[in-house]
Design a protein around this ligand. Structure first.
Ligand code: PEP
Length: 249
């Protein structure tokens, strides 16, 4: 049985008062389920607040990115080691917004992945194609290129301490979800590529789907054989939605 996850990505949202309300609701509502983990990836200034609010709960937490550097003259960056100091379990790396808006290349993402592993965080590596890439039949080529960059840099064994998230760019924040079949096809493809390198790692790798997941569509997506949970953006900011998604896992 593979581990299953529901992980929230708050993006650039939040505030101390609103976070406190949301975290209260989540710590009451997220009831432990074996083989399943829940987490929230928050803006780094809130890591201390989240650590204090969730330390006695079943919910883990983490960051939405880590620096490509360990320390030094890199104004504005937050290192994986700093994120880990707040008891974090997770760090997103390679989210499509980091790739598209902040110019994270495949090499940069691979570097961040390695630094997250070194800090004993679980990197959640995001891969996904744009709409023009899907429409020109390039989905598999794109997601494999993104994953392969990490495999080349860290070996397939690097994936044994990571989570993979398939997030089609055209489905993120758009309200357009990939159909369960569309998502499953890509998840099965990615798992097949990893299995071809190492069967045990491919079998064990948790692959989450992200892109406009809501409580109304979560159960159907999570019912697919290669979908091991979800990475949730907008709906992770609304307790009732996020709890509904958790309950669908
Ligand atoms: C995301 O940002 O990772 C995401 C999946 O966003 P949304 O759920 O809002 O599409």
């Amino acid at each position: 049985m593979r581990d299953r996850f529901v992980i929230g990505n708050w993006k650039l949202n939040g505030g101390l008062a609103a976070n406190a309300l949301l975290l209260d609701a989540l710590s009451v509502g997220v009831v432990e389920k074996s083989g399943r983990s829940c987490g929230v990836c928050v803006p780094s200034p809130y890591l201390a607040q989240v650590q204090a609010a969730l330390k006695d709960s079943f919910i883990g937490w983490g960051s939405q990115d880590v620096s490509r550097f360990e320390s030094g003259a890199y104004t504005g960056d937050v290192s994986a080691g700093m994120v880990a100091e707040f008891g974090s379990r997770y760090a997103l790396v390679g989210h499509s917004e980091r790739r598209a808006i902040f110019g994270d290349t495949e090499d940069v993402v691979a570097g961040k992945f390695g630094l997250a592993l070194r800090a004993v965080l679980t990197p959640i590596l995001c891969v996904g194609e744009s709409l023009p890439e899907r429409e020109s039949g390039k989905t598999e080529e794109v997601v494999w290129r993104q994953l392969q960059a990490v495999v080349v840099a860290h070996g397939v064994s690097g994936l044994s301490r990571a989570i993979l998230a398939y997030e089609p760019v055209w489905a993120i924040g758009t309200g357009k979800t990939a159909s369960p079949g569309q998502a499953e096809d890509v998840h099965a493809f990615l798992r097949g590529k990893v299995r071809a390198l190492d069967k045990a790692i491919g079998d064990q790798l948790s692959i989450l789907y992200g892109g406009s997941v809501k409580k109304s569509n979560a159960a159907e997506l999570f019912g697919m054989p290669d979908i091991d949970g979800g990475l949730i953006g907008g709906a992770s900011l609304v307790a009732e939605e996020f709890l509904g998604i958790w309950n669908a896992l």
